[in-house]
Design a protein around this ligand. Structure first.
Ligand SMILES: *Cc1c(COP(=O)(O)O)cnc(C)c1O
Length: 371
């Protein structure tokens, strides 16, 4: 089956007792035992499992062609579960432009528990020579934030697997619609379902999806159930509902982003556009081999000061000034002022989450704001 079909059916369950076409919310935290002490409904307590969460995990595993998925209360909780499942003292390799929330998590909560090298993962020699006897994990995030850098997933997996190292890929920007990291060799895929999978900026969530049901995955399942950073049944319901339209939404996001990228590229006041679908992107060729389309995220630098750049975002009427991404509405963000004083992000850079509004309206808004 193709993704459009999986997205609609794999997260649904028709209860034979009432035949509701859409699976209802099951809010009960506890489930009745049979006289023999078993749990005939298949659930005993909601931290350990819930019908809505099971449906969400089913559709997530199927979308990424994995064998199992764990749903979490946020993307960071999902990332944290991978780190918690590593033996203390393990060394990890992560991208130098890793999602700042996860980087901050590693540097604070896991400080003293794990050691980390942040590298430019497009430099494969640097990755190979950073591997130590206790390296257990290479973390990939592609395309990355906010410069839309591309990492060659197959090449990193080859280096890692020769040494028995796990690879986890944050696939939040590409989504399974455009990139399938497990097929490219990754062991685990991570998503902030908060973004495109939920798709409407109204539910927080995260997930891990595995290629194999191995011992490491058992540790992750234990972290999920015992640490308990699980999504509520309503969160699961909302995520399942959002996922049903994911393949169609992604086509719209990518088509709009492509048009905005070429519009901005030809604008005299724009310095540079960062979008992996542009042939000028330094890793466009790698992107083409592992992505079927290039997603809805882009950044650009404006020919002006930090203040003038922020003025462009203030002039916009449709694009909303806000962080996050992946919703139906277009968002724009001055990253440097979000990331703080020691950021490496250019002060004249704006990051755009291109939404599903009609393309001519979006371009007209950019046109008036850039004047
Ligand atoms: C948002 C995001 C996360 C974290 O997800 P939360 O739900 O905010 O915890 C991780 N990685 C990427 C690429 C993200 O965009």
């Amino acid at each position: 089956m193709k993704l459009e079909t999986i997205a609609i059916h794999a997260g649904n369950h028709i209860d034979p007792s009432n035949r509701a076409v859409v699976q209802p919310l099951t809010l009960s935290t506890t489930f009745e035992r049979g006289e023999d002490g078993e749990y005939p409904g298949g659930f005993n307590y909601t931290r350990a499992g819930n019908p809505n969460r099971r449906s969400l995990e089913n559709v997530l595993a199927r979308l990424e062609s994995g064998v199992d998925a764990c749903a979490f209360s946020s993307g960071n909780a999902a990332g944290s579960a991978v780190l918690q499942s590593l033996k203390p003292g393990s060394h990890i390799i992560a991208p130098d432009d890793m999602y700042h929330g996860l980087r901050y998590l590693i540097n604070t909560v896991f400080n003293g528990i794990l050691t980390v090298d942040y590298l430019d993962l497009s430099d494969l020699d640097a990755v190979a020579s950073a591997i130590k006897p206790n390296t257990r994990l290479i973390w990939i995030e592609t395309p990355s934030n906010p410069l839309l850098k591309i990492t060659d997933i197959s090449a990193i997996c080859k280096i890692a697997h020769e040494k028995g190292i796990l690879v986890c890929c944050d696939n939040t920007f590409a989504t399974p619609v455009f990139q399938q990291p497990l097929d490219l060799g990754a062991d685990i895929v991570m998503h902030a379902t908060t973004k495109y999978l939920g798709g409407h900026s109204d539910v927080l969530g995260g997930t891990l999806i595995t290629k194999d049901n191995n011992e490491f995955w058992e540790r992750i399942r234990n972290v999920q159930v015992l640490s308990g950073a699980v999504p509520s049944p309503f969160d699961c319901y909302m995520a399942v509902r959002g996922i049903k339209t994911l393949p169609y939404r992604m086509r719209g996001h990518a088509a709009n982003a492509k048009k905005i990228a070429s519009y901005l590229q030809s604008h005299p006041r724009v310095e540079q556009v960062f979008y992996p679908g542009l042939s000028e992107h330094p890793l466009h060729e790698v992107a083409k081999t592992q992505m079927s389309d290039f997603g809805g995220m882009l950044s650009f630098t404006f020919k002006g000061s930090s203040d003038e750049t922020r003025e462009v975002s203030n002039n916009l009427k449709l694009f909303i000034r806000a962080t996050s991404l992946g919703g139906v509405e277009s968002l724009i963000e001055h990253r440097a002022s979000v990331e703080g004083p020691d950021t490496k992000t250019p002060k004249n850079l704006l990051r755009v989450s291109v939404g599903l509004e009609y393309i001519d309206d979006l371009i007209a808004d950019l046109e008036q704001a850039l004047k």
